[in-house]
Design a protein around this ligand. Structure first.
Ligand SMILES: C[S@@+](CC[C@H](N)C(=O)[O-])C[C@H]1O[C@@H](n2cnc3c(N)ncnc32)[C@H](O)[C@@H]1O
Length: 267
């Protein structure tokens, strides 16, 4: 099974796109020295560590994946960060944080409306929340080209027909804005941007493994039964597709559409 607990072992070295995308969140949120900060969907905690370096306030990282939280605790609990197994939908804080930082996790929320309401309750008055997440149904054309090949290949098409995508995507920034406004937030920034980066085939494959694979190769999202043979074929097809997508310099131009949204809890 390829869920986030499994992925946690390699996550920190493979998650290059998530890490670079997080830098804009730091700019949007402008964390101050006394801010109490919640890192929502914190994964293995390497970005939570960066958050902690900016504030003497309380820093908490939450994530529903036990494997991710275990890894985060092992690496960074000694820095005075609290890590907790908890999903966005289960948040039970009341007026406790100045900032909620949510990088590359929003697309996994099972019930975004419930999650955003819980975030609103968790923030102090005038608190801020920002998300960065893949967006649009065509969130990464390179991945979707590879998946189309999985869908058509004799070795994978039958089992893949039972795949039910777990992700939450919307096509426009306005739709994301409405979700946050509906929970009482004032939305300050909401933009979908196209981000292009260049990677070797192997790097592109590792980026795929650092996130998308937790959906595409997870039994929880299939009505058909996954086999080891299917997973091996799936991985080969995806790797070959990335290889075919490489240019003459052997680099893949990797495109992601990303939503950047900043919202404030105002009286
Ligand atoms: C791609 S990782 C991002 C981790 C980290 N924020 C980063 O930027 O490196 C996505 C994370 O979202 C978490 N996640 C999945 N469903 C979630 C939910 N309902 N609430 C909060 N986090 C969730 C996963 O367990 C995973 O650790």
């Amino acid at each position: 099974m390829s869920d986030f607990s499994e992925i946690s072992k390699q996550y920190e070295s493979n998650s290059v796109v998530q890490k670079s995308a997080s830098q804009i969140l730091f700019e949007l949120l402008d964390i101050q020295a006394k801010d109490d900060v919640l890192d929502l969907g914190c994964g293995t905690g390497h970005i939570t560590k960066e958050i902690k370096s900016k504030t003497d306030g309380k820093v908490v990282g939450v994530d529903p994946s036990e494997g991710m939280i275990k890894k985060a605790q092992e690496q960074f609990s000694n820095l005075g960060i609290t890590f907790r197994v908890c999903s966005a939908e289960q948040l039970d804080y009341k007026n406790e944080f100045d900032i909620i930082f949510c990088n590359s996790a929003f697309q996994w929320f099972v019930n975004p409306v419930k999650a955003i309401a819980a975030c609103y309750a968790s923030l102090k008055m005038n608190g801020k929340m920002a998300i960065q997440a893949p967006s649009k149904y065509n969130y990464c054309p390179n991945f979707l080209t590879a998946i189309k090949e999985v869908m058509q290949n004799k070795a994978t098409k039958d089992i893949f027909s039972g795949f039910n995508p777990p992700w939450f995507f919307r096509n426009t920034a306005e739709e994301y804005t409405e979700l946050f406004s509906g929970a009482g937030f004032r939305v300050k920034t909401s933009n979908i941007v196209e981000v292009n980066t260049y990677h070797s085939v192997e790097e592109t494959y590792r980026i795929f493994e650092s996130g998308a694979a937790a959906g595409y190769l997870n039994q929880a999202y299939y009505s058909t039964q996954l086999t080891q043979e299917y997973k091996d074929s799936f991985r080969n097809i995806v790797r070959n597709s990335f290889s075919n997508q490489a240019d003459e310099t052997k680099k893949v131009r990797l495109t992601f559409y990303r939503i950047y949204l900043l919202a404030k809890k105002e009286g």
